[in-house]
Design a protein around this ligand. Structure first.
Ligand SMILES: Nc1ncnc2c1ncn2[C@@H]1O[C@H](COP(=O)(O)OP(=O)(O)OP(=O)(O)O)[C@@H](O)[C@H]1O
Ligand SMILES: N[C@@H](Cc1ccc(O)cc1)C(=O)O
Length: 469
């Protein structure tokens, strides 16, 4: 974290992580230091100069500041890689500041070249419009879930807004833009940014549309500064170049000091940035990644990363995270930090309902809970079906457990499959069946919601959906 340059005594004067309790401390002075401690802030711009000004700006008792972060609708959902940027906005909000999430309905048409070796596939206007709508809803859900379920502080939470930059960029005539903002941004500076230099050197080069992308993002900052008094832009580490262009434009056109803060990039175990480009996105919309899958993604995190993720993705106080980790050292087999991480993130993303659903699916699939399976909605069953081999079968009169196992392709044909059952290797809805000829009974082998959970061996689960019951 590059915040070591900061006058930390200034930041810490009310205690580093106590800003989330404004009733007691009324404090945002610890905001940046606290987020730095959480590993949430990577760099601040303009480095040295920001030290005193930003400290003064966020001083307790001063009017709230507005911070923004943009998300391009290049897909119809946000993903886990976006969560640190969203969490950074939410931490500003928790410290009493106002936040704006901008959906890039205009910028997505051009495609941000930052950190990319190749241009994005162009997206049709209609597709961008649909994606933008989905992203707006997704962002609102995050703000709302956070406010309702993760904020216990009563009043004191700043305002949150979701805006689409198509509202202002879409209406801006080219000539007006070039004569205004275009006249202030310098070619030399734009060309010298690392992302631009790399792309110009590459075989593919760079289109004019991509080249002007940072200028449009810079214009967003200016627009939000004028309309909302926005002083801070947040973004992933790959956004620093664009944020610097915004800084240049706002300071030149208004003479006001503004700031940029980046969050670290979340990478996969193979080191790729988690997201659409690397094709490893874990989505935040239920139709793409179910609450259960999201929950399982976090439950599966290794010990060496889970503390970092608790700090980044949850709003638990650092002391509580330290306690969770101490308990984990004593009882590692309980996977306590992983489960807490998964629960907190699932609650933020899908609300209490989503968390219940994720736990229900987990109990049904990994703990053979018949009650959980029986309580499932059609949507949950479909989501669960994606996770385990499944079969849709029609119940025929006199159908036996052996028939069921064969039709579901759960055992081999011939004597070895038969023996698997007689050896006690098969259970239906959690009850072991050792007689292969046992006839299936409604309400016992087939649950009220027309489903059976078949287990073969220790870990092989099959979900059966009975048709035409
Ligand atoms: N894996 C990640 N870790 C941290 N921040 C991220 C990650 N992915 C995206 N972001 C940040 O989220 C914001 C919006 O990103 P955007 O939706 O435009 O995706 P992107 O950066 O183009 O990534 P991709 O298209 O590969 O998913 C940016 O500030 C970006 O830096
Ligand atoms: N350029 C950002 C998205 C963004 C769009 C508009 C903005 O004003 C800010 C950020 C990205 O691709 O990640």
């Amino acid at each position: 974290c590059n915040l070591t340059n900061f006058n930390l005594t200034g930041w810490y004067q009310f205690g580093p992580s106590n800003y989330s309790n404004p009733g007691v401390l009324g404090c945002s002075a610890g905001l940046l230091a606290a987020q730095c401690e959480r590993g949430l802030f990577q760099e601040v711009f303009p480095g040295q100069g920001a030290e005193e000004q930003l400290a003064a700006l966020l001083e307790p008792g001063r009017p709230p500041v507005t911070a923004y972060c943009g998300f391009d609708p290049t897909a119809d959902s946000l993903h886990v890689g976006h969560l640190p940027a969203v969490a950074a906005l939410l931490h500003f909000q928790r410290a009493g500041h106002n936040v704006v999430a901008v959906v890039g309905g205009a910028t997505a048409r051009l495609g941000d070249p930052s950190g990319r070796l190749r241009a994005r596939e162009p997206l049709a206007a209609e597709r961008v419009r649909d994606n933008a709508r989905a992203l707006r809803l997704c962002l609102w859900r995050l703000f709302e879930n956070h406010r309702r379920l993760l904020w216990a502080g009563g009043p004191g939470l700043g305002r949150a807004e979701v805006l689409d930059n198509a509202r202002w960029l879409g209406r801006r005539p080219l000539l007006g833009f070039l004569c205004g903002a275009g006249g202030r941004l310098r070619m030399g500076t734009l060309l010298s940014r690392q992302g631009c230099r790399e792309r110009l050197r590459s075989a593919e080069g760079m289109s004019l549309a991509e080249f002007v992308y940072p200028a449009l993002q810079a214009y967003d900052f200016l627009h939000l500064h004028r309309r909302r008094g926005c002083r801070v832009q947040l973004g992933g580490a790959d956004q620093m170049g664009n944020i610097m262009s915004g800084y240049e434009l706002v300071t030149k056109m208004t003479g006001t000091d503004v700031f940029g803060i980046t969050v670290p990039l979340i990478t996969s175990t193979t080191g790729d940035k988690l997201g659409k480009t690397a094709g490893n996105a874990v989505w935040l919309n239920r139709d793409k990644t179910s609450p259960f899958e999201l929950y399982q993604f976090f439950v599966r995190q290794q010990d060496n990363i889970v503390e970092k993720y608790l700090k980044l993705f949850t709003f638990l106080p650092l002391e509580e995270i330290a306690h969770i980790m101490e308990m984990h050292a004593k009882e590692p087999e309980k996977w306590g930090p992983q489960k807490r991480l998964a629960a907190e993130v699932t609650k933020l993303v899908h609300g209490t309902e989503g968390l219940e659903s994720a736990k229900r699916c987990t109990r049904a699939l990994y703990y053979s809970s018949v009650e959980a399976l029986e309580a499932m909605s059609d949507q949950e069953l479909q989501e669960l079906f994606k996770q385990a081999p499944s079969a849709e079968l029609v119940l025929e009169p006199g159908m036996s457990v052996l028939d069921l196992c064969r039709k579901a392709n759960a055992i081999q044909d011939g004597p070895s499959g038969y023996q698997k059952i007689t050896d006690g290797g098969v259970s239906v809805n959690g009850i072991r069946v050792t007689n292969p000829e046992t006839v299936l009974i409604l309400g016992q082998h087939i649950l009220k919601n027309g489903v059976s959970l078949l287990r073969v061996g220790k870990k092989n689960y099959y979900i059966i959906k009975w048709l035409q019951l």
